[in-house]
Design a protein around this ligand. Structure first.
Ligand SMILES: C[S@@+](CC[C@H](N)C(=O)[O-])C[C@H]1O[C@@H](n2cnc3c(N)ncnc32)[C@H](O)[C@@H]1O
Length: 287
């Protein structure tokens, strides 16, 4: 096995261990970082009189729709029901893209996607699920290449989150801050988040996104469970920000992605609402 393959295999094994039985399907699991962040956020909700009402209001048969929220109890319920599956679904789409990119490189590039500076444009961000999932994946990548003896290189990540629902801003900020503390600042530094509250794709929103993107950064549009609610086909939906994934988005299934030299779009659609469907999606041994 080449070293490059060994690195990739270690990465996949860390995110989705194959278990003792080689023929059984892989099960995706939270990294320790992501588990800590999720648990800490659910604890914050339980310490808040309004947010803790989610236990009383919702059950597995009666879930809140994963959209706009009226109060913090709905945000907490959405976190409880959707966050775990949405993180895995997005990481799975992102890692496929990372592996495809790396397999074209010949040798390991210690920078994931070859980029020392990455801007994440998370549209329909909610509590920041896609941004958290990608940063956690980048951290797993740097951990693994470090273990294989490659010099740790600093990557800066600048999240631009587009989300009109202001109830989600607090939990999203807390989780991104927690993640910033848990990743090694010398290898990944999370820059101050740009918040865009104008709804996508209104001109004001597009203008704010484009203004916040720094020159020379790899732009990754991370769109998780949102694109299908934008009118028009995927191509029209992504055209305002010039995302290269436009042609792929038109045939978006569970996940779809495209990448060019300086821009990437990773899209995870088809909301996974029921436990059975989630399990099927998460154990699909596609990687
Ligand atoms: C299904 S949730 C997905 C949240 C998160 N990306 C995830 O995968 O868990 C869709 C999100 O899009 C937000 N949203 C609705 N209309 C929007 C718009 N026009 N522009 C940006 N976000 C919007 C909703 O408030 C909601 O948080």
């Amino acid at each position: 096995m080449t070293e490059s393959n060994a690195v990739l295999e270690t990465l996949v094994e860390r995110l989705a261990p194959s278990g003792d039985d080689p023929v059984s399907e892989r099960t995706w699991q939270f990294s320790e970082r992501m588990a800590a962040i999720y648990q800490q956020q659910m604890k914050h909700f339980d310490e808040d009189a309004e947010a803790r009402q989610w236990h009383r209001l919702y059950s597995t048969e009666h879930m809140p729709p994963p959209d706009d929220t009226a109060n913090m109890a709905e945000v907490a319920a959405q976190m409880a029901f959707y966050f775990p599956t949405h993180v895995f679904k997005f990481q799975k789409a992102a890692i496929q893209q990372l592996l495809e990119w790396q397999s074209r490189q010949g040798q390991i590039n210690p920078y994931p996607l070859g980029a020392p500076s990455i801007t994440l444009v998370d549209i329909g961000a909610g509590v920041g699920t896609a941004s958290l999932a990608v940063i956690d994946l980048l951290a797993a990548w740097t951990d693994v290449v470090g273990e294989f003896g490659y010099k740790q290189l600093g990557i800066s990540v600048h999240p631009i989150v587009v989300e009109p629902d202001t109830n989600k801003q607090g939990p999203r900020g807390q989780m991104l801050n927690s993640l910033a503390r848990l990743v090694d600042r010398h290898t990944i530094s999370i820059e101050p988040v740009t918040e865009v509250f104008a709804p996508y794709p209104e001109p004001e929103c597009i203008e704010q996104i484009l203004r916040a993107i720094p020159g020379g950064s790899l732009v990754m549009c991370c769109i998780s469970n949102f694109l299908s609610s934008v009118p028009g086909d995927g191509e029209q939906a992504l055209a305002p920000i010039g995302a290269q994934a436009a042609s792929h988005a038109t045939r978006t299934t569970e996940h779809s992605a495209a990448m060019s030299a300086n821009q990437a779009a990773i899209i995870a659609e088809k909301a996974v609402r029921c436990a059975e469907a989630s399990r099927q999606l998460l154990t699909d041994p596609a990687v």
